[in-house]
Design a protein around this ligand. Structure first.
Ligand code: F6R
Length: 239
């Protein structure tokens, strides 16, 4: 694992955006695996800035990691809305080539299977990841077993509590989500995991230095040959 520590989020976000830009300019049809959440907003801000200076997304396909179940794409707290708001509507990406799981599909099993077909047809070149305080990646929560493919997941109380900051109150946070599975994440050619703030320090430490365990899904990144951890000093404090 490569580990890069920056004094603050800004430096870390610029570095991450520059690596994404390098992939976008190197490849003819790059596929980016994308994440949502507070960690990603400064990265997308940098990418929008790069776009204003000439970086084109016209040849890019994006595949998001997850979506809440029960929220329509138009719901302001859906991950589709997050992506539109923070990145897609500011750049020249083809909306038809931006994939986010369908959290309001009537047949969720089919929605998961369909998403796996999309992932298999568009192998991810670079996967962007955040990490939960409990070590989740995507919404692969700590459990006694982990699923390899896209699936419906029950969110843990900890995740619901953490994500309540984006909602009016804890009761409004959906309790279930669709997430791509661990195998799909690990099949990406390159992975960037970003973590900011002291709240993430323990999960970062355990993921890098601890045993590989389903109770800490991010620990599986240890088996991937091309992972870069991009941290601020607070998130790196226990390494
Ligand atoms: C979101 C996702 C999650 C977040 C993680 C960290 O698409 O996949 O794993 O990356 O929960 O969230 P923040 O950045 O809000 O701390």
């Amino acid at each position: 694992m490569n580990i890069r520590v920056f004094p603050d989020q800004l430096g870390a976000s610029i570095y991450a955006a520059a690596l994404i830009e390098a992939t976008m300019t190197r490849l003819e049809s790059p596929v980016l695996g994308l994440a949502t959440g507070g960690t990603m907003t400064p990265v997308y801000r940098q990418l929008v800035d790069f776009h204003k200076r000439g970086l084109s997304f016209a040849h890019v396909t994006t595949i998001n990691l997850d979506e809440y179940i029960g929220l329509s794409p138009e719901h302001p707290n859906s991950y589709r809305a997050f992506m539109n708001e923070n990145l897609f509507r500011h750049v020249d990406v083809d909306p038809a080539r931006t994939y986010v799981p369908s959290g309001n599909a009537t047949d969720l099993e089919k929605a998961c299977a369909d998403y796996d077909v999309i992932i298999r047809s568009n192998p991810v070149d670079l996967q962007l990841l955040g990490i939960g305080v409990n070590g989740h990646i995507g919404f692969n929560e700590p459990a006694s077993g982990l699923k390899s493919n896209t699936h419906v997941v029950e969110l843990t109380e900890e995740t619901i509590r953490e994500n309540a900051r984006f909602f009016e109150d804890t009761e409004s946070v959906p309790t279930k989500a669709i997430t791509v599975g661990l195998q799909s994440i690990l099949l990406a050619k390159q992975i960037l995991l970003l973590a900011f703030g002291e709240k993430k320090a323990q999960a970062v430490r355990d993921s890098v230095r601890g045993d590989i365990s389903t109770s800490l899904p991010a620990s599986f990144l240890q088996v991937h040959p091309n992972v870069t951890l991009i941290l601020d000093e607070a998130a790196a404090a226990l390494l």
